[in-house]
Design a protein around this ligand. Structure first.
Ligand code: HEM
Length: 538
């Protein structure tokens, strides 16, 4: 306990004594009242900080063990913060995480560490047992927490993304029926927007270079707004569409707010609120139209295949404008970037693996030919295509870094004690960061490379033919009660898009000069974009 207490309090102690010594040196120049007033106030703060630290350390000792710490050589762990921020600005977040885990010298289990920064204890993990506890076995003990809700309130309100406990459960119940098989197997919306996407992929001439990530962002926005509201923003036709720009701006500032921590009040928010107005006006128009329908009319529309929209279905459960707005915007956020970045990474890999493109084309030709629109069942039966999607989500999991906060005093099952096998103490409000990217790229969870299993960092859909990941070591959609609700929608949209593109084009050629780098604002984006050329059939 003494070591951890010293870690927590040494900087405060130095500041306190420096202040007292300075105060004493200048005592003759200041009034006795100010002297004793300052002395008493600083003593009060110092003692209360120290006493809080002592009781926190006692609580931790009673709860369990500690994980190895990331060493810090500057007051309040500022060097750790600086290192993390620097890595973030250089698109090298993963290097910070690898550095953090390299500080754990425990041969049994190096995948959990902790750090103290600005008086706050943080835990980082890429250990599947700890992630399983956070997301499933100790689900009641970990959540998004009040701070997250506060930071995201303007954008996402009290929606499925921001809430815990009963409020989250109610949101989940409200949204769940909209993702049943009957709904996600309706491929009509995807076809409409794929037809707008294909000529843009072709570019100005056969083999022209295109920024495929940009086009996928616009494509998934168009498809998602169509599915959710029954009206698309059509950003593929008009790249300057107000809504698309506003949505991007809101996300950009939101990511900054979320990362700024205590400095978030200094983040300029004028353009954020302006963009939020544009977004709300767009969503509001559709909500007004839906609410003009009587409950009977809504039910009729919801039951018919053509008239169905996500919004109409929700409006037949609740007529609360705010609830509708928040859930729709949250689903739009969840549904748009996720599929856009996965398709971008996929085409980055395909452009570097012509043999995979060839195999996909063989499968497409045998299953549906080069013209017919695939059905939901066709897509599910294309094994190589499903393996390709699994593989891209293994190497590029959409949410690379995530965080949960302890909602009460609890533990993580392992990583503590001398040999790293004992439970780690976690007190209420402690954030636990977990990384799916690091987990998916851990060498020790894979078989050794062989003729049938390429090195784990290589893109190889074939590895899925005879291999199943160990439990909780492959979690691109998370796991437990909060598992991605849109998983089937996403897999169907992406499979459909890949099939339609590879029916139209024979080859995908890379035009990138180097690896696009990992940008991880909220989702894992290719930082430098993905440039490819689509070569059509002659
Ligand atoms: C490649 C595509 C996708 C991936 C990899 C993905 C992954 C994830 C992950 C990791 C989470 C958990 C986030 C957290 O709790 O911190 C999540 C939650 C969620 N996803 Fe997805 N997602 C994808 C596409 C979609 C789509 C297309 C939709 C809807 C149209 C969607 C809707 C949601 C919703 C509503 C949640 C919140 C669930 C809850 O908290 O109960 N996702 N997704």
């Amino acid at each position: 306990m003494l070591r951890h207490l010293t870690e927590r309090t040494w900087a405060n102690t130095i500041v306190f004594f420096t202040f007292i010594i300075t105060l004493s040196c200048f005592s003759r120049y200041i009034s006795t009242f100010i002297f004793f007033g300052s002395y008493a106030t600083s003593l009060y703060f110092y003692l209360s900080l120290t006493s809080n630290a002592v009781s926190e350390e006692r609580k931790l000792d009673n709860l369990g063990k500690r994980a190895p710490s990331i060493p810090s050589y500057a007051p309040w762990g500022l060097d750790i913060l600086f290192r993390a921020l620097y890595a973030f600005t250089q698109w090298r977040n993963h290097e910070f995480w690898y550095y953090a885990f390299s500080q754990n010298k425990n041969a049994n289990n190096q995948w959990t560490v902790e750090a103290m920064t600005l008086g706050q204890r943080l835990t980082f993990t890429a250990d599947e047992e700890n992630i399983k506890a956070i997301l499933a076995t100790k689900f009641q003990d970990y959540g998004k927490g009040p701070q997250f809700r506060k930071e995201w309130k303007d954008f996402l309100g009290l929606s499925i993304f921001t809430t815990d406990g009963e409020m989250w459960h109610n949101s989940r119940m409200l949204l769940r029926p909209q993702f049943i098989k009957d709904r996600v197997s309706d491929l009509h919306t995807f076809e409409t927007h794929v037809q707008k996407l294909l000529p843009l992929l072709a570019g100005s001439h056969n083999g022209a270079t295109v920024r495929v990530d940009d086009l996928f962002y616009r494509f998934t926005l168009d498809a998602a707004t169509d599915f959710l509201f029954g009206g698309s923003v059509n950003s593929l036709e008009d790249s300057q569409a107000d809504f698309a720009e506003a949505f991007t701006e809101v996300q950009r500032t939101q990511a900054t707010i979320a990362r700024a921590g205590p400095l978030q009040h200094f983040v300029p928010k004028k353009s954020f609120y302006k963009a939020l107005d544009t977004l709300n006006a767009f969503v509001g128009r559709f909500i007004d139209q839906a609410l003009q329908l009587s409950p009977e009319e809504l039910e009729k529309t919801t039951k018919s295949d053509e008239g169905f929209t996500f919004l109409h279905a929700l409006a037949s459960y609740t007529r609360d404008r705010e609830v509708l707005r928040d859930q729709l915007v949250a689903t739009l956020l969840a549904g748009r970037d996720t599929t856009a970045v996965t398709l971008s990474w996929l085409f980055y890999e395909l452009s570097n693996h012509p043999e995979v493109v060839q195999k996909l084309q063989q499968e497409i030709t045998t299953s549906v030919g080069l013209n017919r629109e695939p059905t939901y069942d066709d897509l599910k039966n294309m094994r190589y295509l499903q393996h390709t999607l699994n593989e891209v989500l293994r190497l590029y999991p959409v949410v690379p870094y995530n965080v949960r906060v302890a909602l009460n005093d609890t533990t993580l099952p392992r990583g503590g004690g001398k040999d790293g096998t004992e439970p780690i103490a976690i007190t209420k409000d402690t954030p636990v960061g977990y990384s799916t990217l690091i987990l998916h790229r851990r060498e020790d969870i894979y078989p050794s490379p062989s003729a049938t299993f390429k090195h784990h960092l290589e893109f190889s859909p074939e590895r899925w033919e005879n291999w199943t990941p160990k439990s909780w070591t492959y979690i691109p959609f998370n796991g437990g009660p909060r598992i991605c609700i849109g998983q089937q929608f996403a897999l169907t949209e992406m499979a459909y898009t890949v099939v339609r593109i590879l029916q139209r084009f024979e080859r995908v050629e890379s035009r990138d000069e180097e690896f696009p780098m990992f940008r991880s604002d909220i989702v894992l984006q290719p930082a430098k974009g993905v440039k490819v050329a689509f070569v059509g059939r002659t």
